[in-house]
Design a protein around this ligand. Structure first.
Ligand code: BGC
Length: 764
């Protein structure tokens, strides 16, 4: 860290007005400068899949100019790689470009959970699972920050929809909030230490994230140890005084001095403690000190290398959903391939909004396929539809496409969502492809039954209605500027498909667990599905899905064997940590039993079937990507720590590991788990504090309360009531009665004595 600032003496020299001015930005992208004290200004830029550095007019809608930069695959694509090393490499490259452009902080990664596939910004988010989002988010932060450039982990927190995003209250129960919606953020903060966190626009349980002391101070800093700066999302602050008081350090963008005036007045009036302001300024100076050395050193853009990396990442993100008739890889030596679909020539490679990169170049799949096929293969093309073009002659385009498909040895159909379908700022209201594309597929498939469909979309689309018309189905996401080459690498088998779904593809929208609770009404959205998000729901109800979480085909075949599970006795690592000693160590072997090299993604799921609190049947806890030559096998080791086996207990206000069975499952997706085992782990039963409202069942479950209650029942004025407890059916039926009401009803009275007796026990 750069030691350029003597913070205490600067704080002495700054006037109140100067201090107040520093906690909001200058213009759209800069922090404020105080020339006379040598406090420089730093520039921040979006993020998250490439740089959007603006030199002239600033905007956060993606409409204005920005300096050309490498556009890497968007987050939903990157997440499908399940590859920490690759995501880190992409982070390093983005960090290098930031250095080269003099940008101090990249506004990303965005790791909000994909609660509902309709969220318009899902292309910018990683996964429906907090472990995938957290692990890959941490890899991105490590990569960017290794270059001396800061990151901004966003949008903290529970920004899971675009509808009404500046106002809506995400109303979430404590357990899903802690386990899912904060889970990924906690992992990145603890494991990677981002230099900034960006608070979200929305409210959480009624409180604006930008003004929530519980979120920004108690949890983020107090519990997780975050030591960086909290910046607001652009325009997220409703009340700047409440925001600073809650732990927000930098309001963006500039408010033209309005916030500074209000904050200075609040301090002068004794309504805001000046120390709070000093702490925020200390964090800003720390950020400047952390980033200035790299910004001053600069660097090279390395455009050629980054394009090659973008292509590798795009290829690794491709998920081959189905390859029934072995249409892939394309190994034709002679003949004709018909390429249909406008996305082949006019690729959709990123989303719309603040993340929109001005790419250094763009490759299209049509050109790349022509380059990649054998010399004797002809590639013909027909667009088949217009992208967001209401004036397109659909019948004419369809006819031309059908003629092109007729007689071809293979048809590759590039379908997907037009830009108008998904964007920052609004959500979808269905998951369908445009009707003209489905009609095109119908016509083409009727003319030729050798059809491969390749999809370009940021959020998932429903495929069940039409996918049987294709022999193979490939999800290529929004693959960045080199996405055209990346998907061709997979189509022709230069790269084995190693992408796996980081989100479920539901059969239809109505199967989505948040279906009826999205996007809410009257400024509230209720997260009524609780913990049962994505596969957690589909697996709990054993409902059909189009393609399950974790799924993806390879051109080779993997076999799973030799599951070994050891329960250890860890000496370190509390419930807050994923990095303490192992509590359970799981080993499994995966072998490539096919003919081609390939990469497996080994996934470890855990279930707690007899836990006293309900939960999903299985949850991902770890994963590993393994490259294997034909005939090769590798042993994978997974580590389960205290936290991996714990749940958040609202009553105990902490993480609790219940004793009992742990179901371990290892395999290739949440629905393909060939290796399973059950082990018993020790744990600490939750010691609930008993009172007169505690139920009979809670009293009986409590080690001390049990004895006290039995004794009280024995000497009750209404006679010995303990036989009641011996009858399992009556005991069960009465189990939910609070003590006070039960004893009164039984005519036993004396409830106060029972509680008093309990409190007199040394261990209670
Ligand atoms: C977005 C952020 C982005 C910011 C600056 C906001 O509208 O939500 O993700 O970083 O604008 O462009």
């Amino acid at each position: 860290m750069d030691e350029r600032f003597d913070v205490p003496s600067l704080l002495d020299e700054l006037t109140l007005e100067e201090k107040a001015s520093l906690v909001s930005g200058s213009g759209f992208w800069w922090t404020r400068r105080i020339e006379r004290l040598g406090i420089g200004s730093i520039q921040v830029s979006d993020g998250p899949h490439g740089l959007r550095k603006q030199e002239r007019r600033g905007d956060h809608t993606g409409s204005g100019d920005s300096v050309p930069a490498t556009c890497f695959p968007t987050a939903s694509a990157l997440a499908s790689t399940w590859d920490r090393d690759l995501v880190r490499e992409v982070g390093v490259a983005i960090g290098e470009e930031a250095r080269a452009q003099g940008v101090a902080v990249v506004l990303g990664p965005g790791i909000n959970l994909k609660r509902d596939p309709r969220c318009g910004r899902n292309f910018e988010y990683l996964s429906e699972d907090p472990v995938v989002a957290g692990e890959l988010g941490a890899a991105m932060v490590h990569g960017i920050q290794s270059q001396g450039i800061g990151t901004s982990l966003k949008h903290f927190a529970a920004n899971n929809q675009e509808t009404d995003r500046l106002r809506v209250s995400a109303d979430i129960d404590e357990r899903p909030l802690r386990e899912l919606y904060l889970g990924g953020f906690e992992r990145v903060v603890r494991d990677a230490g981002p230099w900034t966190v960006m608070c979200s626009y929305n409210r959480i349980n009624g409180v604006y994230a930008s003004q929530d002391p519980w979120l920004l101070t108690e949890v983020l800093r107090g519990e997780w140890g975050f030591d960086g700066l909290v910046v607001s999302d652009w325009g997220a602050v409703d009340d700047p005084i409440a925001a600073v008081a809650a732990g927000l350090d930098l309001e963006m963008p500039s408010t033209g001095g309005a916030s500074a005036r209000r904050i200075a007045a609040a301090v002068a009036a004794g309504e805001l403690d000046e120390n709070v302001l000093d702490v925020a300024i200390g964090r800003l100076l720390q950020l400047i000190g952390r980033t200035m050395p790299a910004v001053e050193a600069g660097g090279d853009l390395r455009a050629t290398e980054h394009h090659a990396l973008a292509r590798r990442a795009a290829a690794d993100a491709v998920v081959v959903l189905r390859n029934d008739r072995d249409l892939l890889p394309i190994e034709l030596a002679a003949g004709r391939i018909a390429v249909i679909g406008a996305f082949a020539a006019e690729p959709r490679f990123q989303g719309t909004g603040s993340s929109k990169v001005n790419p250094l170049r763009v490759d299209d799949a049509l050109t790349e396929l022509r380059r990649a096929v054998a010399p004797g293969v002809e590639v013909t093309y027909a667009p088949g539809f217009g992208i967001d073009d209401p004036s397109a002659d659909l019948a004419g385009l369809r006819e031309e496409a059908t003629a092109t498909a007729t007689g071809a040895d293979l048809v590759v159909c590039f379908l997907g969502l037009p830009p108008s379908y998904e964007s920052e700022g609004y959500d979808r209201d269905h998951l369908d492809l445009p009707a003209e594309q489905v009609a095109l597929l119908d016509a083409v498939a009727a003319a030729n039954d050798q059809v491969v469909v390749v999809l370009a979309n940021g959020g998932v689309v429903a495929v069940s209605e039409w996918e049987q018309r294709a022999g193979a189905l490939v999800e290529a996401w929004l693959g960045g500027q080199a996405g055209g080459g990346g998907v061709v690498d997979v189509l022709v088998g230069a790269v084995d498909p190693a992408g796996r779904l980081a989100e479920t593809i539901p059969r239809r929208l109505a199967d989505v667990p948040s279906f009826a609770n999205f996007p809410g009404e009257d400024r509230h959205v209720r997260y009524g599905e609780g913990l049962f998000v994505g596969y957690r729901h589909h697996d709990a109800v054993e409902g059909p899905v189009a393609y399950p979480f974790g799924h993806g085909c390879s051109y080779t075949t993997f076999a799973w064997s030799d599951l070994a599970v050891e329960v250890l006795d860890p000496t370190s690592g509390g419930a807050s940590s994923w990095r303490g000693d192992d509590l359970v160590r799981v080993r499994a072997t995966v072998a490539n039993v096919g003919e081609r090299p390939g990469r497996a993604v080994a996934q470890l799921y855990v279930g707690r079937p007899d836990a006293p609190v309900p939960g999903p049947p299985r949850e991902l806890r770890d994963f590993a990507k393994v490259a294997l030559a034909p005939g090769e096998a590798a042993e994978v080791t997974f580590h389960l720590r205290e936290r991996d086996l714990s749940v958040w207990s609202p009553r105990a206000a902490g993480w609790v590991r219940h004793p009992g069975a742990v179901e371990i499952a290892v395999g290739a997706s949440s629905r393909d788990l060939p290796l399973t085992a059950t082990v018993e782990v020790p744990g600490l039963p939750v010691q609930l504090d008993l009172d007169r409202h505690s139920t009979l069942a809670e009293w009986l479950d409590h080690p001390v309360g049990h004895e006290v209650l039995v004794e009280a029942f024995r000497r009750s004025p209404a006679g010995d009531l303990t036989p009641l407890l011996d009858d399992p059916d009556r005991r069960r039926m009465l189990g939910s009665f609070p003590l006070a009401r039960l004893v009164t009803m039984l005519g036993a009275d004396g409830e106060r004595d029972v509680v008093a007796d309990l409190l007199a026990q040394p261990d209670a």
